[in-house]
Write a protein that binds this ligand. Structure first.
Ligand code: HEC
Ligand code: HEC
Length: 289
């Protein structure tokens, strides 16, 4: 408090001093600015209102609840309900739309891709990789090389019923074991492997013997030009993308022992909206036809 009876005016500034003095230095009595004080008072009044309306004061075993009945958990629940509402509306829209309709509706397609992506992480990534890049025996879903076809309906069919999955509507049929089953001799396997290798690695070597074996034994499934056939799951053998491997040793291994990868059927495990979303998501990974 300022002692006004001994008011002492500082000659340099014309401001009153508080009367305190240290080694000849006097303390000026400069009051707090008015605007600052008003803000302070306003925040005090605000805080009282806040204590009354919102949960505020800790008590043994709890806290004051506030007149508005607000709680952080309540707010989260309301947000979640809101989200669920939006989501179930979109899910209902997915259920009522064909794959083409979903793909043609930018907003619905975006939702389907996001929904499909999270379902993919949970169900598919263990085999196909987090980004669908695949690994040996598990096809890469991001490139334009399909075993069973990359159109929306074909992808949906594969996801719903699988391949060699035991589902009666699933894809069936193996790559025969030409060596083990004695269909071709070792020498013939070597020749046809050379021909298959030459399809992705052009060479001047004479591969005509292998070409003839291919025409007789392989083209019924892989096609005359070796570009594959999605009806029987026979891959295109002319690209540099391989399911099991494109080096000669692996090709010989494939021809000797045969192949037949197992893709589970998801139709009985996932609901239709999720399968549609997965289809649109996989189709969007880069190889969709
Ligand atoms: C247990 C491992 C496994 C899981 C899990 C799995 N897949 Fe597959 N998937 C495979 C295999 C193996 C193949 C190749 C089948 C073949 O060789 O014909 C395949 C093939 C596919 C194909 C066909 C690719 C082509 O080239 O035609 C699609 C599409 C596919 N999977 C999508 C999915 C989706 C979506 C999921 C998750 C819902 C999933 N997969 C989960 C193993 C799996
Ligand atoms: C009955 C149909 C059928 C015939 C006949 C057939 N294949 Fe296949 N082939 C397949 C199928 C199906 C696959 C894929 C297997 C899988 O998905 O696991 C395959 C896979 C392959 C692969 C593995 C490709 C990769 O990406 O790793 C090679 C190589 C191959 N075949 C070469 C041949 C050759 C060479 C012949 C003839 C000697 C032949 N196939 C005959 C159906 C056939």
């Amino acid at each position: 408090m300022v002692d006004n009876t001994h008011q002492d005016i500082d000659p340099a500034t014309g401001t009153a001093t508080t009367g305190h003095e240290w080694d000849g230095i006097k303390e000026l009595n400069t009051p707090l600015p008015k605007w600052w004080l008003y803000i302070l008072y306003a925040t005090m009044i605000w805080s009282v209102g806040y204590w009354i309306l919102y949960p505020a004061i800790p008590l043994p075993g709890g806290h004051t609840r506030g007149m508005l009945g607000w709680s952080a958990r309540g707010a989260v629940t309301a947000d979640l309900q809101d989200l669920q509402g939006q989501r179930s509306e979109m899910v209902a829209k997915l259920n009522g739309s064909t794959l083409q309709q979903i793909a043609a509706d930018p907003k619905l397609a975006e939702f389907a891709r996001a929904y499909g992506r999270s379902a993919f992480y949970v169900n598919c990534a263990p085999c196909h990789g987090a980004n669908g890049q695949g690994s040996r025996g598990y096809p890469n879903l991001t490139g334009d090389r399909w075993l069973w076809g990359g159109k929306l309906e074909q992808i949906s069919q594969t996801i719903t019923h699988g391949a060699r999955s035991g589902d009666p509507d699933g894809h069936e049929g193996n790559m025969p074991a030409f060596g083990k089953d004695g269909i071709l001799t070792k020498e013939q396997i070597d020749q046809v492997a050379n021909f298959v290798f030459s399809l992705s690695h052009p060479t001047n070597e004479d591969v005509s013997a292998g070409k003839k074996i291919f025409a007789d034994n392989c083209s019924p499934c892989h096609g005359d030009n070796a570009k594959g056939n999605p009806d029987v799951g026979a891959p295109n053998l002319t690209t540099k993308i391989w399911l099991y491997g494109g080096d000669k040793a692996t090709i010989i291994e494939t021809l000797t022992g045969g192949r037949g990868g197992h893709m589970p059927a998801w139709g009985s495990k996932l609901d239709p909206a999720t399968i549609k979303s997965l289809t649109v998501f996989v189709h969007s990974l880069g190889g969709g036809q």
